[in-house]
Design a protein around this ligand. Structure first.
Ligand SMILES: Cc1cc2nc3c(=O)[nH]c(=O)nc-3n(C[C@H](O)[C@H](O)[C@H](O)COP(=O)(O)O)c2cc1C
Length: 335
């Protein structure tokens, strides 16, 4: 598989994850369930279950289902604002899950401690250098830095800039994984050379043969180009929108129209601020499921990163990982 040089560059990442290669398949709600997660781990990478809005009971079943499909390590991604976060952490602990990724904002008090008490490693997203340092002081075992090229919910800064700001300062202190916009192995090699312990990819794995995403969802990825994967835009300062990168479709247009309509209702005094903000938040509820599971790629949310143009065919996870490693090796050998 990987050359000695590549393995050496990934050594800190693989030591932390317990996998053969330091390539994480980022958790993707509805997509990252037992089949994709186990396939990634079985192929030597590191799979992550996307808990998303699952109840503790559903997560319990998903972890058990994944364990039945792989004996290799995998992790669970939890969203920090989930109302039952502590119960979800307890479910992970019950199963002896070795790695928990906390996504969607700074971890609430007690969550990092609870995960560490279970013996699991804690991995958090660091959106800026100051926050990376704060998380490190809170005892996290590793960080993910994710740029705005990524699919799904995104921050404002590009991967290349975050990598330059954070890796030189902190790469010696703890393992850091780089995510966002990675479609080929050459990019993996360059981030490893900058000090990253590994990488996380999402978009590139959506069209894996083992991914249960609806054929329409996969087709949209195969057709999509980088410029089609656009970040949602907030049109009124009173109505905050957390940007999401997705393929443009009728749904993304309707979202803009919805914001205008709600802003007008606010101007006319027909709704109060709380109701208006709720209406905006609710617009996308269920939209990802509609696209991934039901295949409604016109009105649903087809979350995808800018690397979507580098997804050219449906292929098994093992082939995707082998390709990435080959490209990374070729790049390292050529330098
Ligand atoms: C369809 C889709 C759904 C996603 N859902 C989640 C999620 O539920 N939680 C999360 O932390 N990240 C989520 N992400 C982000 C991925 O885990 C990963 O970090 C990202 O895809 C990496 O960037 P890339 O898309 O450029 O490879 C999602 C991404 C996609 C494409």
């Amino acid at each position: 598989m990987a050359s000695a040089r590549l393995r050496e560059l990934m050594a800190r990442g693989t030591a932390l994850l317990g996998s053969e290669v330091a390539i994480l398949c980022g958790a993707m709600s509805w997509v990252s369930e037992r089949h994709l997660v186990s396939a990634v781990s079985n192929a030597g990478g590191f799979g992550l279950i996307a808990c998303g809005a699952m109840t503790p009971e559903l997560l319990d079943a998903e972890i058990a289902g994944t364990k039945a499909l792989t004996g290799r390590p995998f992790g669970v991604n939890l969203i920090t604002m989930h109302p039952q976060l502590m119960d979800l952490i307890a479910v992970c602990a019950k199963h002896g899950v070795g790695h928990v990724v906390l996504a969607g904002g700074l971890p609430p008090k007690g969550s990092i401690e609870a995960i560490k008490e279970s013996g699991a490693k804690v991995i958090c997203f660091a959106p800026a250098l100051a926050l990376a340092k704060k998380l490190m002081r809170s005892g996290v075992d590793a960080l993910i830095i994710e740029g705005m090229e990524a699919g799904g919910h995104i921050g404002p800064v590009a991967t290349g800039v975050l990598a330059q700001e954070i890796l030189p300062e902190l790469a010696d202190e703890l393992p850091i994984f780089v995510a966002g916009g990675i479609g080929r192995g050459e990019a993996i090699a360059s981030f490893l050379e900058m000090g990253a312990a590994g990488v996380q990819l999402g978009t590139r794995f959506v069209c894996a043969t083992e991914s249960i995403a609806h054929p329409n969802f996969k087709k949209a990825f195969l057709r999509g180009n980088a410029r089609d994967a656009i970040a949602s835009v907030q049109i009124d300062p009173r109505l905050p929108v957390i940007p999401v990168r997705a393929l443009k479709n009728a749904g993304t247009e309707a979202f803009t129209a919805k914001q205008r309509e709600v802003a007008q209702m606010l101007d006319d005094g027909k709704v109060d601020m709380a109701a208006a903000q709720l209406e905006i938040e609710h617009f996308w509820a269920g939209a990802l499921r509609r696209a991934v599971i039901d295949g409604d790629i016109e009105n649903g949310s087809v979350m995808a990163g800018q690397s979507v143009g580098m997804v050219t065919k449906e292929q098994p996870v093992a082939e995707i990982i082998a390709e990435l490693l080959e490209q990374a090796d070729a790049a390292l050998g050529g330098r």
